[in-house]
Write a protein of this length. Structure first.
Length: 154
């Protein structure tokens, strides 16, 4: 929740204007058009559509990793372990927990879009890569924990 707010604050108020100034809306004249250079063509080649095939696979991976996290956390709770990032009540409410996991996937896609929109295409891809890695590592940790046995009085 904090990450999108920080990113919006970093964009600055000039990028958040609803309308462009009147001078910027006019079409450029033939004199003001600059020829395309090698650097500009390389930059255009590096740009891509946001919903391209590679991002589709990365976002599917984020969704799959969050789904794995969902089931591993429920399994961990059934074995008597305590959740450390959320309250146990949030995890035990299956519909709410599924919504939290879906929101996490949506936030990841949203952060990737912000990076894409501002030309940070490597960060756009790395957002999904890091998210997949962290969610999968958390799931492996959940499945690796030993079952908590309640202490019985002698």
């Amino acid at each position: 929740m904090i990450v999108p707010l920080v990113l919006v604050a970093m964009m600055g108020p000039s990028n958040l204007c609803g309308q462009e100034p009147a001078a910027a809306q006019r079409a450029p004249s033939a004199d003001s058009v600059t020829p395309v250079r090698k650097n500009q063509t390389k930059e255009l080649m590096r740009e891509h559509r946001f919903w391209d095939k590679k991002n589709d696979w990365w976002f599917a991976g984020v969704g799959a990793a969050r789904t794995l996290d969902y089931f591993s956390t429920l399994n961990m709770r059934r074995r008597g372990r305590q959740e450390i990032l959320l309250t146990n009540d949030a995890v035990d409410n299956h519909a709410a927990f599924a919504a939290i996991e879906a929101a996490g996937t949506g936030v990841s896609i949203g952060v990737s879009y912000l990076f894409h929109r501002h030309g940070h295409h490597k960060l756009e891809r790395w957002t999904s890569i890091v998210h997949i890695g962290l969610a999968t590592a958390g799931s492996v940790r959940n499945y690796s924990l030993k079952t908590a046995h309640p202490k019985t009085a002698p």
